[in-house]
Design a protein around this ligand. Structure first.
Ligand code: MTE
Ligand code: MO
Length: 310
C-alpha cells in the first residue's frame, strides 16, 4: 500500500542532509526515508548488552526539567541515533562505545581570558555542583528526543576563566578519542568539528557542559568525556568531545556553517517558522515512539532565551 507523504516527512530526495552534504556517493548508496528516523538496528543490537561503565557522576544538585512537555527518551533508543561524523558517516556511533574505553576529561580554556585554565573532570566539578537537566534535543533533520544530562552550567566555566572585555564569542573544538574509521575515507569534514556561541548565549543559564547522561558518565557516542548542550538550538550545535574552549573577538567558523552557510546559520536556533532550504521545520518526530509533535520556537525554551535575540 502506498502511503501518502505527510508534510513533515522528509522526502527521499531530501533525506539526511548532514550525510548528503558530506558525501553524495554515500547518499546515493544508502539513503532511504527510513534511515532518517528509524532506529538503527546494528547500533541497537550493540547496545543491548552495553551500558556505559565508568565512574558514576552522581548529581548533588537538583534535577530540573525547564517546562518539559513530553516523556523521557529511553536510553537505548537515544543511542540508536547518534550522529558523529568524525567516527562514522552513519548514525551508529554507539558501536564504538563497546570497543573504545573512555578517555579522561581534559579541557583547555584560553583565548581572550584573564585566566587560562586546564580542567580535568574533578576540577570542572569543583566549579559548580553537578546538576541533572532534562532537556529536549531537536536535530535539524527533524527527529527529537528528551535526555537527562549531568554536568555543570557553562556559565561557571566562563566565569572561572574571566573573559576580557574584548571577548564576544566562545569557540568549541572537538577531538574525539577515536580515530576516524578506515572505511570513512570519502568523509572529509572540515577538521576538527567546531562550534560557537555568543558570550551572552554561553552565559545563559540553559547552556550546559555535560559529563554524564542517564545517571552515569557519558558514553563515547553521546560525546565523552565532555560535551556541550544548548537545548534551544539544533543539536549539531551541541558539540561532542569538547577539548578546547576559546574566547574570541570575532564570530568563529563552525563545522556545518562552513560546509553550508545557507542551511546552517551560525545561531542555529530552533525555529518552526523558518524552513530549512530543503524541508519544513514545523514538526518533529520523537525517537523511539515515533510520536509527531509541533516544533516549538527555541525548542520550547523561549521563556529562558528569547531575550537574547531582541
Ligand atoms: N563532535 C561532534 N559533535 C556532534 C556531532 C558530530 O558529528 N561531531 N553531531 C551533532 C549532531 S548533528 C547531533 S544531532 C547531536 C547528537 O547528539 P546525541 O548523539 O548525543 O543525541 O550531536 C551533535 N554533536
Ligand atoms: Mo543532527
Amino acid at each position: 500500500m502506498k502511503e501518502r507523504r505527510r508534510s513533515w516527512q522528509v522526502p527521499k530526495r531530501e533525506a539526511t542532509p548532514e550525510e548528503w552534504l558530506l558525501t553524495r556517493r554515500r547518499f546515493m548508496e544508502t539513503v532511504a526515508v527510513g534511515s532518517l528516523l528509524a532506529v538503527a538496528a546494528p547500533a541497537q543490537r550493540a547496545l543491548a548488552g552495553a551500558v556505559s561503565t565508568g565512574r558514576a557522576t552522581a548529581p548533588t544538585g537538583q534535577r530540573t526539567d525547564f517546562g518539559l512537555d513530553r516523556a523521557l527518551t529511553d536510553e537505548r533508543t537515544a543511542a540508536t541515533c547518534s550522529p558523529y561524523v568524525e567516527l562514522t558517516p552513519d548514525r551508529d556511533a554507539a558501536r564504538f562505545t563497546e570497543t573504545h574505553a573512555p578517555v579522561p576529561c581534559r579541557i583547555e580554556i584560553g583565548g581572550l581570558v584573564k585566566r587560562p585554565l586546564v580542567l580535568d573532570h574533578d576540577a570542572l566539578h569543583r566549579l559548580a555542583p553537578i546538576e541533572e537537566r532534562v532537556y529536549r534535543l531537536r536535530c535539524v533533520e527533524g527527529w527529537a528526543a528528551v535526555v537527562p544530562w549531568l554536568g555543570v552550567p557553562l556559565a561557571a566555566v566562563v566565569e572561572a576563566a574571566r573573559p576580557l572585555d574584548s571577548a564576544r564569542f566562545v569557540r568549541f573544538e572537538s577531538h574525539p578519542p577515536v580515530a576516524p574509521q578506515a572505511g570513512g575515507g570519502h568523509l572529509r569534514p572540515p577538521s576538527p568539528y567546531s562550534e560557537g556561541l555568543t558570550l551572552a548565549e554561553a552565559t545563559n543559564e540553559l547552556a550546559f557542559l555535560a559529563t554524564g547522561i542517564y545517571g552515569h558518565d557519558l558514553p563515547l557516542h553521546h560525546g565523552a568525556p565532555l560535551r556541550l548542550v544548548v537545548p534551544w538550538k539544533y543539536a549539531h550545535k551541541s558539540i561532542k568531545a569538547v577539548t578546547r574552549i576559546e574566547f574570541t573577538a570575532t564570530q568563529p567558523a563552525t563545522f556545518w556553517n562552513s560546509i553550508a552557510p545557507d542551511e546552517y546559520p551560525f545561531h542555529g536556533n530552533v525555529d518552526p517558522h523558518t524552513p530549512h532550504p530543503r524541508w519544513s521545520q514545523r514538526r518533529e518526530k520523537m525517537l523511539g515512539t515515533g510520536e509527531v509533535r509541533e516544533t516549538l520556537p527555541f525548542n520550547g525554551y523561549a521563556e529562558w532565551v528569547a531575550n537574547l535575540y531582541v
